[in-house]
Design a protein around this ligand. Structure first.
Ligand code: FMN
Length: 236
């Protein structure tokens, strides 16, 4: 059997692209998929092997899936150390990556033998978690201790990990008036193959349906009242 013939992504579009993903190579589909679904949050996942070896790796196929109880998912490509550790110790910690920890996060993504400890290579301290065995990243602005709910194969190569948050940790530095303050808590995101920091923020109002009915579809957008919020870097 020969290799399937894939079309190359066009260099330039003269009309909008409409694509059956089966017609591009998996690599080209990966580039399109991750460039469109963006920015993605980054779960910096720590796990521990049965012998007690710590592992740390970033995962940007990551999101919240429930809040009662609080649950999240991330997806592992292949049978990595993270995947293997979860078979042995079904617990993990998601630490969040703010700008000061970006380089350490990048180092922790280096493929290394399972006996190597990414915390050490990235110069990161460990803090003991309270409800689970894996360590959390010292200095992270927030971390979620999780127990493993399920691991489900998805697609050809991935495993979707569903976890339940059993303990939250939030630094006082990002807390204001009873909540996480989004202008202080600014985790970096994955933007295609690059990274982003949070940019311009704005508020919108969601009208009631009665107001929509009154104004009609043509006037609906005006009801949302977009208001810019101050730049988080401003000193105000
Ligand atoms: C920002 C970023 C996001 C990543 N997202 C994922 C992901 O969602 N799933 C995945 O399997 N690997 C992802 N990786 C790659 C893993 O971090 C990398 O393969 C790592 O070596 C796996 O480590 P482990 O074998 O220690 O588990 C990502 C890497 C980076 C830098």
């Amino acid at each position: 059997m020969g290799q399937p013939e894939f079309l190359a992504p066009p260099r330039r579009l003269d009309a909008p692209l409409g694509l059956d993903p089966a017609s591009w190579s998996p690599r080209d589909v990966y580039h399109l998929h991750t460039a469109l679904i963006t920015p993605r949050p980054i779960a910096w996942v720590s796990t521990r092997s049965a012998e007690g070896l710590d592992n740390l790796a970033p995962h940007s196929y990551f999101n919240a899936v429930s809040d009662d109880p609080p649950m999240l998912m991330f997806s592992i490509e292949g049978k990595t150390d993270t995947w293997r550790n979860l078979q042995e110790v079904p617990e993990f910690v998601v630490s969040f990556v703010t700008s000061a920890l970006a380089e350490a996060m990048e180092i922790s993504a280096v493929r290394m033998p399972p006996e190597e400890d990414e915390f050490a290579w990235a110069g990161l301290g460990k803090r003991a978690a309270e409800r689970v065995r894996p360590a959390r990243v010292a200095g992270a602005a927030a971390a979620l201790e999780c127990t493993l709910d399920s691991v489900t194969p998805v697609g050809r190569r991935n495993h979707m990990v569903l976890g339940r948050v059993v303990r939250y940790h939030v630094s006082e530095a990002v807390w204001r008036e009873g909540r996480v303050d989004p202008s202080r808590y600014r985790p970096i995101g994955r933007l295609a193959g690059h990274y982003c920091e949070q940019g311009r923020r704005f508020r919108m109002r969601r009208p009631e349906f009665a107001a929509l009915r009154e104004h009609g579809a043509a006037g609906a957008a005006r009801l949302t009242e977009r208001t810019p919020l101050p730049d988080p870097d401003s000193t105000e």
